[in-house]
Write a protein that binds this ligand. Structure first.
Ligand SMILES: Nc1nc2c(c(=O)[nH]1)N[C@H]1C(S)=C(S)[C@@H](COP(=O)(O)O)O[C@H]1N2
Ligand SMILES: [Mo]
Length: 192
């Protein structure tokens, strides 16, 4: 194993080379005719993008590690998609916006402070490890936030809403840490 595993593995985590699948509810169907990504809230230019519109945006590829709060970590995921901050710039996010709510199919949602969401490793991904993202991993579009536990990495994203104040997401309302920093082992609300 790589000697730097100790530097790369957050406390209490175990590496896996498999890619576990974890989500509430069923894998949603995708219809390219009706699918839209909506960007709204505290923006100067709300967006409503078709999948083709989204695929035409500037593409970024980034390799990062993925840490689930249930203690598995998967190293060296090669994600392909659009930088969250490029999309935020396209929507002309207002300077007053401080948080973002990421809303997915089936009512799953999560929340981030903008300073995290605007990081240079945060992607809206449609590709993984040189293939199209698999349906069970969030096709057509998922968020990837390597610096936070993976419940922040919403699969099947449909709405991005910029906010003045924070709005806790699905797991964040059910006892999981709002900040979710794996390096500080913020697993549950009490760990914050
Ligand atoms: N829409 C949606 N996204 C979700 C979830 C979910 O239940 N629904 N679960 C989260 C959790 S807890 C984890 S660990 C990761 C798992 O991603 P994977 O199934 O691609 O490994 O997805 C996150 N994104
Ligand atoms: Mo998770």
């Amino acid at each position: 194993m790589r000697s730097e595993e100790g530097d790369r593995l957050p406390p209490g985590q175990v590496t896996t080379s498999k890619f576990p699948v974890l989500h509430i509810d069923d894998i949603p169907p995708f219809n390219a005719e009706t699918w839209r990504l909506r960007v709204k809230g505290e923006v100067g230019r709300p967006l409503e993008l078709t999948y083709d519109d989204f695929l035409a945006l500037p593409r970024t590829v980034g390799t990062s590690d993925f840490h689930c709060v249930t203690r598995w970590s998967r190293f060296d995921n090669r994600w392909e998609g659009v930088l969250f901050r490029d999309l935020a710039a396209l929507a002309q996010v207002k300077p007053e916006a401080k948080f973002v709510s990421i809303e997915a199919e089936h009512g799953y949602h999560t929340n981030l402070p903008l300073d995290i969401a605007m990081g240079d490793d945060v992607l809206l991904a449609y590709g993984h490890d040189d293939a199209e993202l698999a349906p069970e991993h969030g096709f057509p579009l998922r968020l990837v936030v390597p610096g936070r536990y993976a419940y922040k990495s919403a699969k099947w994203v449909r709405v991005i809403r910029f906010l003045l104040t924070d709005e806790p997401g699905y797991w964040e309302r059910r006892g999981y840490s709002n900040s979710a920093d794996p390096w500080r082992e913020e697993r549950l609300t009490a760990d914050d």
